[in-house]
Design a protein around this ligand. Structure first.
Ligand code: SF4
Ligand code: SF4
Length: 662
């Protein structure tokens, strides 16, 4: 049709695109961090099909369902219409060009779908323009870029219709009306205008060239803004983290060549971190779920990522084309405090609500902990309360700093053996620091012992040989202390024979299950929520006493979002006679953190509102007499909130409720 014009247009568009993409790749290449994401290819492909092509996360949050569904229509529309785009370029060289097999029914079927999707995409763009101009949800950035992109997409659909409509009227298109509804509808509109065949030819050809020019312009515009995700989202989902969410990457502290630990310079991130920065759609789902942001702390996960991306983009020229000095000035500049304030890092509770909400699997916790690691290990800069906590753990193996030899005092009267007395048992009951030293949580330990004894389980504890699992040390950023504790515990556990580790605390559970394997500690680890559920299911215990209580349950982040244990605690509560159970809206994947994770349990909340107060307000929605939980930190935070706000509500662990009912 127009081989020279289309050829030149294509060549120019693709040349500029190749140049831009090469520059963006340049920023990926300067990173020094390592990350291996090429294993488990079948699982990666499956995830890509479900989450990228299936758009699962876009439609999984009830409050964002419609926005997610319309976004999914645009995505699916692009997938379908891109086949047509290639054919349009082909028609520039051969007016009858179609893909092999598209000459018959397959082509007709495709064209019908293409036309329907152009209509859906157009309507979806109207929906999103309406949100930008009228409803304006808090979480989205109302940028000009978004509006330009929406009008560009709509123009692509309209030019496609006018090209088709003109071709139908000029007799160049022979598809039956049934298979080209948008094209025939546009033909009717053109007929209504009463244009001459020459004018129709000009309109159709202009639409054709405009369509191709818009496509190439769109392609070249994408890498400069947030819509780069149209190109990077599928690879980013493919490369998503397939390790257990609760396993932070270890640092090789024995690396003699290492000159620094953690991350403090932009170049110390890895290529996947930069791909995350490219992929953020700025939808704000992460921020809307973030307990730190929602309690007016300085942390806004989306903005944190954008700051890092903007630093890269603003300095792209120096990185890609600058001399060695200019490049080093950018790449070696400390990020804290100039680009990222340290308070941003210390505000994070590592709850993973941001990661769970992100439709394109952007990772935050590892980046934040890596930056904390640098502050702790290299600069010795961290909140003063955290310093006390870490010192207590170093000296006595628990954050309270109570003598390590008092760890098993709570169990004295209960007839609980230690492994040093009974070196071979079925179950090693890992009590944890809270269950051993905190008066309120010792009652949970006592209840769990009652359950185990009732079920006839052969178990023992480590007693004074147990030390902190290392979770707070690792999340605060003291990897050295964490590794020391982990190795010590693994060595101690290795001396004895047991089948299962039963953990009472989700933080211990997560660390022993998901992080100890990094140091050779491979154990079968169960949290007491799953364990008690199985005891009930197997008929080994039977809650019989009527508790007559109205309950709701607070999800611990490290049990729920980290380890997907949502049902067992609820099933246990529902199995207790007389319990009236109700969930609150913010529960399960969307549950709000209590504020204690990531070492925040041991730090003061100097800024903004208290996260635990907000969480208690969420839970009051169910008007409970008792808030049940399965984590010592959560129970402490909710108990404190109830006391501060003078709310009459009991707080109990699921083990206590079951023990009360036996
Ligand atoms: S992990 Fe939790 S606190 Fe940290 S940025 Fe994400 S949502 Fe916010
Ligand atoms: S990180 Fe994910 S959830 Fe947050 S704004 Fe970016 S794309 Fe949206």
């Amino acid at each position: 049709m127009f081989p020279i014009s289309v050829g030149l247009l294509l060549l120019a568009g693709m040349a500029v695109f190749a140049y831009t993409i090469n520059n963006r790749f340049g920023l990926l290449r300067v990173t020094e961090g390592k990350d291996e994401r090429w294993k488990q290819i079948p699982a990666r492909i499956m995830g890509m099909l479900v989450f990228a092509f299936g758009q699962k996360r876009m439609v999984s949050t009830p409050k964002d369902f419609w926005a997610g569904l319309w976004h999914a229509f645009i995505f699916w529309g692009f997938c379908v219409i891109s086949i047509r785009t290639i054919m349009l370029f082909g028609m520039g060289f051969d007016p009858h060009f179609v893909f092999p097999g598209f000459g018959g029914w397959l082509g007709q079927f495709y064209n019908l779908n293409k036309d329907l999707f152009t209509i859906l995409v157009f309507v979806a763009c109207c929906f999103f323009l309406g949100r930008r101009f009228f409803t304006k949800p808090d979480r989205i950035s109302l940028s000009i870029e978004g509006i330009v992109i929406l009008f560009t997409i709509m123009s692509l659909m309209v030019t496609d219709w006018f090209f088709d409509g003109g071709q139908i009227l000029l007799g160049h298109e022979s598809l039956p009306e049934l298979y080209a509804p948008a094209g025939y509808a546009t033909a009717r509109v053109i007929e209504w205008f009463g244009w001459s065949p020459q004018t129709i030819g000009v309109v159709s050809n202009t639409s054709y060239f405009l369509h191709l020019a818009l496509i190439l312009g769109f392609l070249n515009f994408l890498p400069y803004g947030k819509h780069f995700h149209i190109i990077t989202a599928i690879p980013n989902v493919f490369m998503r983290n397939l390790k257990p969410y609760g396993a932070l990457n270890p640092i090789n502290l024995e690396d003699e060549n290492a000159t620094t630990f953690g991350i403090d310079k932009i170049k110390e991130f890895n290529w996947k971190d930069v791909l995350d920065m490219y992929t953020c759609t700025e939808c704000g789902r992460c921020t809307s779920q973030c307990p730190a942001y929602n309690s007016n702390k300085p942390l806004n996960p989306k903005a944190f990522l954008m700051e890092l991306k903007d630093y890269f983009y603003d300095n792209a020229e120096a990185i890609n084309d600058g001399n060695a000095e200019a490049k080093a000035a950018v790449l070696d500049k400390p990020l804290v405090p100039e680009i990222i304030d340290s308070e941003i890092l210390w505000s994070c509770t590592t709850c993973r609500a941001c990661e769970e909400a992100c439709p394109v699997f952007i990772e935050y916790v590892q980046k934040i902990v890596d930056m904390r690691r640098h502050l702790v290990l290299m600069r010795g800069e961290f909140p003063v309360e955290a310093q006390t906590t870490l010192r207590n753990i170093e000296n006595n193996g628990n954050p309270w700093g109570i003598g390590f030899d008092e760890r098993a005092v709570w169990a004295k009267e209960l007839g609980v053996p230690s492994l040093s007395e009974k070196p071979e048992v079925d179950v090693l009951y890992w009590v944890g620091c809270a269950g051993s030293f905190d008066d309120r949580n010792k009652k949970v330990s006592t209840s769990l012992v009652k359950i185990l004894q009732e079920a006839g389980i052969e178990f023992a504890i480590l007693g004074p040989e147990e030390t902190c699992s290392g979770d707070p040390a690792r999340r605060i950023g003291n990897e050295y202390l964490f590794q020391t504790l982990a190795k010590q515990n693994i060595e101690t556990m290795g001396k004895y024979k047991f089948k299962t580790v039963l953990a009472q605390c989700p933080h211990c559970f997560n660390t022993i299950k998901n992080e100890y394997p990094q140091f050779g500690g491979n154990f079968e680890v169960v949290h007491h929520a799953d364990y008690i559920k199985k005891l009930i299911d197997d008929g080994k215990i039977k809650p019989v006493k009527n508790l007559d209580e109205k309950l709701t349950y607070h999800d611990s982040c490290y049990l729920g979002r980290y380890n997907k244990i949502y049902d067992s605690p609820r099933d246990i509560l529902k199995a207790i006679p007389g319990v009236e159970y109700a969930d609150v809206e913010k529960s399960r994947e969307q549950g709000r953190c209590c504020g204690a994770g990531g070492g925040r349990m041991w730090m003061e909340e100097h800024i903004g509102d208290r996260v635990n107060h907000q969480r208690l307000e969420d839970l009051q929605e169910a008007k409970p007499q008792t808030v049940a939980s399965a984590c010592p930190f959560c129970m402490t935070m909710i108990t404190d909130a109830a006391r501060d706000k003078e709310v009459q509500v009991n707080t109990k662990d699921i083990a206590e409720l079951v023990a009360d009912s036996l």
